[in-house]
Design a protein around this ligand. Structure first.
Ligand code: PLP
Length: 371
Protein backbone atom coordinates (compact mmCIF):
# COMPACT_ATOMS: atom_id res chain seq x y z
CA UNK A 1 0.00 0.00 0.00
CA UNK A 2 1.26 3.43 -0.93
CA UNK A 3 0.88 6.08 1.71
CA UNK A 4 -1.01 9.15 0.53
CA UNK A 5 1.59 11.41 2.10
CA UNK A 6 4.58 9.60 0.58
CA UNK A 7 6.54 12.03 -1.58
CA UNK A 8 5.97 11.72 -5.30
CA UNK A 9 9.29 12.47 -6.99
CA UNK A 10 9.77 13.82 -10.50
CA UNK A 11 11.72 10.82 -11.82
CA UNK A 12 13.26 8.58 -9.16
CA UNK A 13 15.46 5.54 -9.91
CA UNK A 14 13.56 2.36 -10.73
CA UNK A 15 15.58 -0.82 -10.35
CA UNK A 16 14.68 -3.95 -12.32
CA UNK A 17 15.44 -6.29 -9.44
CA UNK A 18 18.49 -7.91 -11.03
CA UNK A 19 21.01 -5.15 -10.27
CA UNK A 20 22.18 -6.56 -6.95
CA UNK A 21 22.81 -10.01 -8.36
CA UNK A 22 24.97 -8.51 -11.14
CA UNK A 23 26.81 -6.42 -8.56
CA UNK A 24 27.42 -9.63 -6.58
CA UNK A 25 28.99 -11.10 -9.75
CA UNK A 26 31.31 -8.10 -9.88
CA UNK A 27 32.39 -8.63 -6.27
CA UNK A 28 32.91 -12.32 -7.03
CA UNK A 29 35.24 -11.44 -9.92
CA UNK A 30 36.96 -8.66 -7.88
CA UNK A 31 36.90 -6.32 -10.90
CA UNK A 32 36.24 -3.38 -8.57
CA UNK A 33 37.71 -0.99 -11.12
CA UNK A 34 36.85 1.33 -13.99
CA UNK A 35 37.09 -1.60 -16.41
CA UNK A 36 36.01 -5.21 -16.48
CA UNK A 37 33.45 -7.66 -17.90
CA UNK A 38 30.36 -5.64 -16.82
CA UNK A 39 31.68 -2.52 -18.55
CA UNK A 40 32.10 -4.64 -21.70
CA UNK A 41 28.58 -6.08 -21.32
CA UNK A 42 27.05 -2.65 -20.76
CA UNK A 43 28.76 -1.29 -23.87
CA UNK A 44 27.60 -4.37 -25.77
CA UNK A 45 23.97 -3.78 -24.75
CA UNK A 46 24.17 -0.21 -26.07
CA UNK A 47 25.68 -1.44 -29.36
CA UNK A 48 22.82 -3.95 -29.62
CA UNK A 49 20.18 -1.27 -29.07
CA UNK A 50 21.70 1.34 -31.37
CA UNK A 51 23.34 -0.91 -34.00
CA UNK A 52 26.29 1.46 -33.77
CA UNK A 53 29.57 -0.49 -33.73
CA UNK A 54 31.50 1.43 -31.04
CA UNK A 55 30.48 2.43 -27.52
CA UNK A 56 32.46 3.77 -24.57
CA UNK A 57 31.03 3.67 -21.02
CA UNK A 58 32.02 6.79 -19.06
CA UNK A 59 31.49 8.50 -15.72
CA UNK A 60 28.84 10.88 -17.11
CA UNK A 61 27.27 12.27 -20.26
CA UNK A 62 29.04 15.55 -19.53
CA UNK A 63 32.36 13.66 -19.73
CA UNK A 64 31.20 11.97 -22.96
CA UNK A 65 30.45 15.35 -24.58
CA UNK A 66 33.79 16.70 -23.42
CA UNK A 67 35.63 13.78 -25.02
CA UNK A 68 33.62 14.20 -28.24
CA UNK A 69 34.73 17.83 -28.53
CA UNK A 70 38.30 17.01 -27.60
CA UNK A 71 38.76 14.25 -30.19
CA UNK A 72 37.13 16.42 -32.86
CA UNK A 73 39.99 18.83 -32.22
CA UNK A 74 37.77 21.64 -30.98
CA UNK A 75 39.78 24.17 -28.99
CA UNK A 76 40.25 27.81 -28.09
CA UNK A 77 38.27 30.20 -30.26
CA UNK A 78 36.39 27.50 -32.16
CA UNK A 79 32.66 27.92 -32.51
CA UNK A 80 30.27 25.23 -31.34
CA UNK A 81 26.58 25.66 -32.12
CA UNK A 82 24.18 24.31 -29.53
CA UNK A 83 20.59 24.22 -28.37
CA UNK A 84 19.86 27.05 -25.95
CA UNK A 85 16.92 25.22 -24.38
CA UNK A 86 18.89 22.52 -22.52
CA UNK A 87 20.68 21.52 -19.34
CA UNK A 88 24.09 22.98 -18.47
CA UNK A 89 25.78 19.55 -18.68
CA UNK A 90 25.17 19.62 -22.43
CA UNK A 91 26.94 22.95 -22.82
CA UNK A 92 29.69 23.24 -20.16
CA UNK A 93 32.07 20.94 -22.15
CA UNK A 94 32.28 23.69 -24.80
CA UNK A 95 33.79 25.90 -22.08
CA UNK A 96 36.12 23.11 -20.89
CA UNK A 97 37.68 23.28 -24.38
CA UNK A 98 37.82 27.11 -24.31
CA UNK A 99 35.58 27.11 -27.37
CA UNK A 100 32.75 29.60 -27.95
CA UNK A 101 29.12 28.53 -27.79
CA UNK A 102 26.57 30.02 -30.19
CA UNK A 103 23.06 29.33 -28.95
CA UNK A 104 20.06 28.46 -31.06
CA UNK A 105 16.48 28.81 -29.90
CA UNK A 106 13.72 26.19 -30.16
CA UNK A 107 10.83 25.86 -32.58
CA UNK A 108 7.32 25.54 -31.25
CA UNK A 109 6.70 22.37 -33.29
CA UNK A 110 9.32 20.30 -31.48
CA UNK A 111 10.42 22.48 -28.51
CA UNK A 112 13.92 21.44 -29.65
CA UNK A 113 16.44 23.29 -31.84
CA UNK A 114 14.85 25.31 -34.66
CA UNK A 115 16.37 24.35 -38.06
CA UNK A 116 15.58 27.79 -39.52
CA UNK A 117 17.56 29.47 -36.76
CA UNK A 118 20.35 26.93 -37.27
CA UNK A 119 20.63 28.18 -40.84
CA UNK A 120 20.70 31.77 -39.56
CA UNK A 121 23.34 30.90 -36.95
CA UNK A 122 25.59 29.34 -39.59
CA UNK A 123 25.28 32.49 -41.71
CA UNK A 124 25.80 34.93 -38.82
CA UNK A 125 28.58 32.99 -37.08
CA UNK A 126 31.82 35.04 -37.10
CA UNK A 127 33.63 31.97 -38.42
CA UNK A 128 32.72 28.52 -39.65
CA UNK A 129 31.24 26.49 -36.78
CA UNK A 130 33.00 23.18 -36.19
CA UNK A 131 30.27 21.26 -34.41
CA UNK A 132 26.65 21.26 -33.32
CA UNK A 133 25.52 19.79 -29.99
CA UNK A 134 21.86 18.93 -30.49
CA UNK A 135 19.65 18.04 -27.50
CA UNK A 136 16.53 15.84 -27.69
CA UNK A 137 14.79 17.21 -24.61
CA UNK A 138 12.47 15.31 -22.29
CA UNK A 139 12.94 12.28 -24.54
CA UNK A 140 11.34 13.92 -27.58
CA UNK A 141 13.15 13.90 -30.91
CA UNK A 142 14.38 17.12 -32.57
CA UNK A 143 13.57 17.95 -36.21
CA UNK A 144 16.49 15.77 -37.31
CA UNK A 145 16.10 15.62 -41.07
CA UNK A 146 16.58 19.35 -41.70
CA UNK A 147 19.27 19.63 -39.05
CA UNK A 148 21.29 16.75 -40.50
CA UNK A 149 20.99 18.21 -44.01
CA UNK A 150 22.35 21.58 -42.82
CA UNK A 151 25.24 19.95 -40.94
CA UNK A 152 26.16 17.91 -44.00
CA UNK A 153 25.91 20.90 -46.33
CA UNK A 154 28.22 23.02 -44.15
CA UNK A 155 30.62 20.33 -42.94
CA UNK A 156 29.59 20.70 -39.29
CA UNK A 157 30.10 17.67 -37.02
CA UNK A 158 26.83 16.65 -35.38
CA UNK A 159 26.97 15.53 -31.75
CA UNK A 160 23.60 14.32 -30.47
CA UNK A 161 23.01 14.98 -26.80
CA UNK A 162 20.63 12.07 -26.29
CA UNK A 163 21.11 12.21 -22.51
CA UNK A 164 17.33 12.35 -22.04
CA UNK A 165 16.28 10.35 -25.11
CA UNK A 166 17.63 6.83 -24.70
CA UNK A 167 15.37 4.57 -26.78
CA UNK A 168 13.71 7.43 -28.68
CA UNK A 169 13.49 6.80 -32.42
CA UNK A 170 13.24 8.74 -35.65
CA UNK A 171 11.91 6.62 -38.53
CA UNK A 172 12.66 3.64 -36.32
CA UNK A 173 16.32 4.61 -35.87
CA UNK A 174 17.64 5.41 -32.39
CA UNK A 175 18.44 9.01 -31.44
CA UNK A 176 22.16 9.29 -30.79
CA UNK A 177 23.02 7.37 -33.98
CA UNK A 178 22.60 10.12 -36.57
CA UNK A 179 25.69 12.22 -35.90
CA UNK A 180 29.44 11.71 -35.64
CA UNK A 181 28.84 11.09 -31.95
CA UNK A 182 25.89 10.28 -29.73
CA UNK A 183 25.79 10.66 -25.96
CA UNK A 184 23.54 9.02 -23.33
CA UNK A 185 23.26 9.73 -19.60
CA UNK A 186 22.60 7.30 -16.77
CA UNK A 187 22.35 9.92 -14.06
CA UNK A 188 20.02 9.23 -11.12
CA UNK A 189 16.85 10.74 -12.59
CA UNK A 190 17.14 9.60 -16.21
CA UNK A 191 14.94 6.88 -17.73
CA UNK A 192 17.64 4.33 -16.83
CA UNK A 193 20.25 4.97 -14.18
CA UNK A 194 23.57 3.64 -12.93
CA UNK A 195 23.41 6.32 -10.17
CA UNK A 196 25.75 8.30 -12.40
CA UNK A 197 27.21 7.44 -15.78
CA UNK A 198 27.33 8.13 -19.48
CA UNK A 199 27.96 6.53 -22.84
CA UNK A 200 29.66 7.83 -25.98
CA UNK A 201 28.86 6.08 -29.26
CA UNK A 202 30.16 6.46 -32.79
CA UNK A 203 30.51 4.53 -36.03
CA UNK A 204 34.01 5.96 -36.36
CA UNK A 205 36.44 3.48 -34.78
CA UNK A 206 39.40 5.84 -34.81
CA UNK A 207 37.49 8.59 -32.98
CA UNK A 208 36.22 6.20 -30.30
CA UNK A 209 39.72 4.76 -29.82
CA UNK A 210 41.00 8.30 -29.32
CA UNK A 211 38.22 9.01 -26.83
CA UNK A 212 39.09 5.80 -24.96
CA UNK A 213 42.74 6.92 -24.83
CA UNK A 214 41.82 10.35 -23.40
CA UNK A 215 39.33 8.82 -20.95
CA UNK A 216 42.12 6.93 -19.18
CA UNK A 217 44.80 9.60 -18.69
CA UNK A 218 46.21 9.40 -22.25
CA UNK A 219 48.72 6.73 -21.38
CA UNK A 220 51.07 5.79 -24.20
CA UNK A 221 51.89 2.19 -25.01
CA UNK A 222 54.80 1.44 -22.65
CA UNK A 223 55.33 -0.68 -19.51
CA UNK A 224 55.95 2.47 -17.46
CA UNK A 225 53.72 5.58 -17.50
CA UNK A 226 54.66 7.49 -20.64
CA UNK A 227 52.73 10.62 -21.71
CA UNK A 228 52.95 12.70 -24.85
CA UNK A 229 49.50 14.21 -24.20
CA UNK A 230 47.15 14.67 -21.25
CA UNK A 231 43.75 13.08 -20.68
CA UNK A 232 41.11 12.59 -18.00
CA UNK A 233 39.86 9.97 -15.58
CA UNK A 234 36.44 9.52 -17.14
CA UNK A 235 35.77 5.78 -17.32
CA UNK A 236 32.82 4.02 -15.68
CA UNK A 237 33.18 1.74 -12.68
CA UNK A 238 32.57 -1.96 -13.33
CA UNK A 239 30.18 -1.93 -10.33
CA UNK A 240 28.04 0.81 -11.85
CA UNK A 241 28.13 -0.92 -15.23
CA UNK A 242 26.52 -3.95 -13.52
CA UNK A 243 23.57 -1.71 -12.64
CA UNK A 244 23.51 -0.52 -16.25
CA UNK A 245 23.38 -4.08 -17.64
CA UNK A 246 20.33 -4.86 -15.50
CA UNK A 247 18.69 -1.54 -16.37
CA UNK A 248 19.13 -2.06 -20.12
CA UNK A 249 17.12 -5.29 -19.86
CA UNK A 250 14.00 -3.27 -19.00
CA UNK A 251 14.44 -0.26 -21.30
CA UNK A 252 11.47 -1.06 -23.56
CA UNK A 253 9.20 -1.66 -20.53
CA UNK A 254 10.28 1.66 -19.06
CA UNK A 255 9.54 3.50 -22.30
CA UNK A 256 6.10 1.88 -22.53
CA UNK A 257 5.34 2.96 -18.96
CA UNK A 258 6.53 6.56 -19.48
CA UNK A 259 4.38 6.78 -22.59
CA UNK A 260 1.43 5.34 -20.66
CA UNK A 261 1.89 7.94 -17.91
CA UNK A 262 1.92 10.65 -20.58
CA UNK A 263 -1.34 9.21 -22.02
CA UNK A 264 -2.98 9.29 -18.60
CA UNK A 265 -1.98 12.93 -18.17
CA UNK A 266 -3.34 13.87 -21.58
CA UNK A 267 -6.61 12.01 -20.91
CA UNK A 268 -7.09 13.83 -17.60
CA UNK A 269 -5.89 17.30 -18.66
CA UNK A 270 -6.24 17.32 -22.45
CA UNK A 271 -9.54 19.21 -22.48
CA UNK A 272 -8.17 22.14 -20.47
CA UNK A 273 -7.80 24.81 -23.13
CA UNK A 274 -4.80 26.57 -21.67
CA UNK A 275 -2.64 23.43 -21.42
CA UNK A 276 -0.32 22.38 -24.26
CA UNK A 277 1.74 19.21 -23.98
CA UNK A 278 5.20 18.84 -25.51
CA UNK A 279 4.60 17.68 -29.08
CA UNK A 280 5.89 14.60 -30.84
CA UNK A 281 7.05 15.13 -34.42
CA UNK A 282 5.73 12.85 -37.20
CA UNK A 283 7.83 9.69 -37.76
CA UNK A 284 9.29 9.94 -34.26
CA UNK A 285 8.58 8.00 -31.10
CA UNK A 286 9.78 9.63 -27.89
CA UNK A 287 10.50 7.92 -24.61
CA UNK A 288 8.45 10.63 -22.80
CA UNK A 289 11.10 10.80 -20.08
CA UNK A 290 9.19 13.64 -18.42
CA UNK A 291 5.66 14.77 -19.19
CA UNK A 292 6.17 18.46 -19.99
CA UNK A 293 3.45 21.04 -20.61
CA UNK A 294 2.78 24.76 -20.74
CA UNK A 295 -0.02 26.92 -19.34
CA UNK A 296 -1.30 29.72 -21.52
CA UNK A 297 -2.43 31.97 -18.63
CA UNK A 298 -1.75 30.40 -15.24
CA UNK A 299 1.53 30.87 -13.44
CA UNK A 300 3.38 27.50 -13.45
CA UNK A 301 5.22 28.40 -10.27
CA UNK A 302 1.91 28.71 -8.43
CA UNK A 303 0.93 25.25 -9.71
CA UNK A 304 4.33 23.88 -8.68
CA UNK A 305 3.94 25.23 -5.15
CA UNK A 306 0.39 23.85 -4.88
CA UNK A 307 1.72 20.39 -5.80
CA UNK A 308 4.72 20.81 -3.48
CA UNK A 309 2.28 21.56 -0.68
CA UNK A 310 0.94 18.01 -1.14
CA UNK A 311 4.44 16.54 -1.27
CA UNK A 312 4.51 16.20 -5.08
CA UNK A 313 7.65 17.22 -6.94
CA UNK A 314 7.33 19.05 -10.25
CA UNK A 315 9.94 21.25 -11.96
CA UNK A 316 10.14 24.28 -14.23
CA UNK A 317 11.32 23.58 -17.78
CA UNK A 318 15.02 24.22 -18.47
CA UNK A 319 16.03 27.85 -18.29
CA UNK A 320 17.52 28.64 -21.72
CA UNK A 321 21.29 29.07 -21.79
CA UNK A 322 21.10 32.48 -23.50
CA UNK A 323 19.21 33.76 -20.42
CA UNK A 324 21.80 32.45 -17.97
CA UNK A 325 24.11 35.02 -16.32
CA UNK A 326 27.04 32.77 -17.34
CA UNK A 327 26.26 33.37 -21.03
CA UNK A 328 25.12 37.00 -20.95
CA UNK A 329 27.69 37.90 -23.63
CA UNK A 330 27.19 34.85 -25.84
CA UNK A 331 25.66 35.01 -29.28
CA UNK A 332 22.16 33.58 -29.67
CA UNK A 333 19.78 33.23 -32.59
CA UNK A 334 16.48 33.56 -30.83
CA UNK A 335 12.77 33.72 -31.55
CA UNK A 336 11.43 33.83 -27.98
CA UNK A 337 10.22 30.21 -27.94
CA UNK A 338 12.50 28.78 -25.25
CA UNK A 339 11.99 31.83 -23.04
CA UNK A 340 8.22 31.38 -23.35
CA UNK A 341 8.54 27.65 -22.59
CA UNK A 342 10.61 28.46 -19.51
CA UNK A 343 8.13 31.06 -18.31
CA UNK A 344 5.01 29.00 -18.99
CA UNK A 345 6.12 25.41 -18.57
CA UNK A 346 6.22 22.65 -16.00
CA UNK A 347 7.45 19.03 -15.83
CA UNK A 348 5.10 16.69 -14.00
CA UNK A 349 6.16 13.64 -11.99
CA UNK A 350 6.79 10.85 -14.49
CA UNK A 351 8.57 8.07 -12.59
CA UNK A 352 7.84 4.57 -13.86
CA UNK A 353 6.65 3.34 -10.46
CA UNK A 354 3.65 5.66 -10.68
CA UNK A 355 0.25 4.11 -11.24
CA UNK A 356 -2.91 5.60 -12.64
CA UNK A 357 -4.12 6.68 -9.19
CA UNK A 358 -0.91 8.67 -8.66
CA UNK A 359 -1.42 10.43 -12.00
CA UNK A 360 -5.09 11.11 -11.15
CA UNK A 361 -4.06 12.58 -7.81
CA UNK A 362 -1.61 14.97 -9.49
CA UNK A 363 -4.24 15.95 -12.05
CA UNK A 364 -6.95 16.57 -9.47
CA UNK A 365 -4.64 18.86 -7.48
CA UNK A 366 -3.45 20.58 -10.62
CA UNK A 367 -7.02 21.29 -11.78
CA UNK A 368 -7.90 22.62 -8.35
CA UNK A 369 -4.88 24.93 -8.48
CA UNK A 370 -5.97 26.23 -11.88
CA UNK A 371 -9.36 27.39 -10.56
C1 PLP B 1 21.42 14.92 -17.79
C2 PLP B 1 21.82 15.69 -18.99
C3 PLP B 1 23.16 15.88 -19.35
C4 PLP B 1 24.30 15.48 -18.46
O1 PLP B 1 24.32 14.15 -18.10
P1 PLP B 1 25.26 13.68 -16.89
O2 PLP B 1 25.34 12.20 -17.09
O3 PLP B 1 24.55 14.05 -15.63
O4 PLP B 1 26.57 14.35 -17.04
C5 PLP B 1 23.46 16.53 -20.52
N1 PLP B 1 22.49 17.00 -21.31
C6 PLP B 1 21.19 16.87 -21.01
C7 PLP B 1 20.17 17.39 -21.97
C8 PLP B 1 20.81 16.22 -19.83
O5 PLP B 1 19.52 16.12 -19.52
Amino acid sequence: MKMQNQRLFLSPPHMSGREQSYIADVFESNYIAPLGPMVDRFEHSIRDLTRVPYALALSSATAALHLALRVLGIGAGDIVLTSSFTFIGGVAPILYQNATPVFIDSDSGSWNLDPLLLEEAIERSPKKPKALILAHLYGQCADLEKIIALCNLHGIALIEDAAESLGTTYNGQQTGTFGTFGVYSFNGNKILTTSGGGMLISSNKELIEKARFYSTQARDDAPHYEHTDYGYNYRMSNILAAIGVAQMEVLQERIATRRQIFEWYTQALGDIGEITFMPELPHTKGNRWLTALTFEHSNPNRIRLALEDKNIESRPLWKPMHLQPLFKDAMCCENGTSQRLFEKGLCLPSGTQMNRDDVERVCTLLKKALQ
